[in-house]
Design a protein around this ligand. Sequence first.
Ligand code: DX5
Ligand code: ZN
Length: 230
Amino acid sequence: MRDYKIAPSILSADFARLGEEVTNVIASGADIVHFDVMDNHYVPNLTIGPLVCEALRKHGVKAEIDVHLMVKPVDRIIPDFAKAGATYITFHPEGSEHVDRSLQLVRDSGCKSGLVFNPATPLDYLKYVLDKVDMVLLMSVNPGFGGQSFIKSSLDKLREARKLIDASGRKIRLEIDGGVKVDNIREIAEAGADTFVAGSAIFSAGKAGDANRYNTVVKAMRDELAKAKV
Ligand code: DX5
Ligand code: ZN
């Protein structure tokens, strides 16, 4: 079995109680905090910045934080997220004039780097920068909002990305983001993903006020992953 990681997207969490939400979701067995940054320019929505990342660290969050930049341009804000405690910083090639330089900037800032591909963005960039990425993130929805449906053609794209990564022999995570649920996570794993972002599927689970509300859904995802044939 691959080393699967579940990455709840806090976009669907209760922002008024964010520290507690993140503590609870990690305690439920999730692995990575997926942190969606939107700028109302690259994508038509506006979310959170480095101050919130830093606040989570100050709150005591020790888990890896996976900062998904849906912003344009990206370079100015990369060092700020590194200082704020990001583990991974991923960005869209459309958000950078110089993709190779931005990837290098992420690593020089002390973080793990990643490139994000929208549903209609070809994987072409990847083959030239495989030595500079720690994560490849495939969007299985168009970026900007939680709660959208998984775009099926992402499965073929996952298979393609998995081949490229395996052929490189490098240790690169393959993450999928958008529309991941208990009922499709196994099929997504079988197509090659090893890191699963899930926002609405996790944060809509259970009863408000119950600290253990996310245990059942995270366990159900893990049980499905354990059945995946890869
Ligand atoms: C969308 C974001 C996602 C989003 C996923 O632009 O990048 O991380 O939160 O949400 P769900 O899991 O609800 O599709
Ligand atoms: Zn995301």
